[in-house]
Write a protein that binds this ligand. Structure first.
Ligand code: HEM
Length: 172
């Protein structure tokens, strides 16, 4: 994409978002509600994900026969995490639209979006490992290692994305 095209796309987006950007800038109530929604989505999705990742790492210290109950709990948590992530995308787009020019030009914003893509891919790898373990949960099943690795990566990513989010407010 040439620079000229990128800047005309940015201008088009900024024009489209202008009425929202004005409302967001003029109303502390609107800004508070949207930012609260964004941080609340992190509390819900990130909090659940990190707590479940810790439980996964603890469950892996048990004998394979005792890990079944954790696999069931893990399956139930994904829906809530995806729900929280969806809320972070909706509120994230509203935050982005509040100042398009600043965020389009921010490397921190694009780094954060890239980290979120890796988080989603890691979540997919985790659900695949769970699926394989439902078929074979033997002590030496290779998916136990994949599950452990994806839990560790998940914890790291949630903190890295949160750091990028806070940096966006203070550095972008
Ligand atoms: C895993 C998902 C996400 C997490 C954990 C996350 C976390 C955060 C945090 C902690 C902040 C700082 C809030 C504050 O102190 O005001 C923030 C700000 C921000 N986030 Fe996210 N975020 C996520 C997803 C997204 C997405 C998908 C977008 C865009 C589509 C986005 C766009 C933004 C923007 C633009 C800001 C800066 C707001 C400002 O300067 O006032 N975020 N994010």
């Amino acid at each position: 994409m040439t620079l000229a095209v990128a800047s005309s796309v940015t201008n088009g987006l900024a024009r489209l978002a202008e009425p929202w950007a004005h409302l967001y800038a003029d109303s502390k109530t609107v800004a508070t509600i949207v930012t609260f929604g964004h941080v609340a989505s992190l509390l819900m999705a990130g909090g659940l994900a990190v707590a479940t990742d810790r439980a996964t790492l603890r469950a892996l210290r048990l004998a394979a026969a005792e890990r079944g109950r954790h696999l069931e709990e893990l399956a139930g948590v994904h829906r809530l995490v995806v729900g929280g992530l969806s809320l972070s995308v909706i509120t994230g787009v509203l935050l982005f639209a509040s100042d398009v020019e600043t965020f389009v030009g921010s490397w921190i914003f694009w780094l954060k979006m890239a980290l979120i893509c890796v988080l989603l891919a890691n979540g997919f790898i985790m659900t695949r490992a769970e699926g394989a373990l439902r078929a074979d949960a033997g002590e030496n099943a290779p998916s136990w290692t994949r599950l452990r690795r994806s839990a560790l990566v998940s914890v790291g990513l949630w903190y890295a994305i949160t750091l990028a989010g806070v940096a966006l407010v203070n550095v972008a």
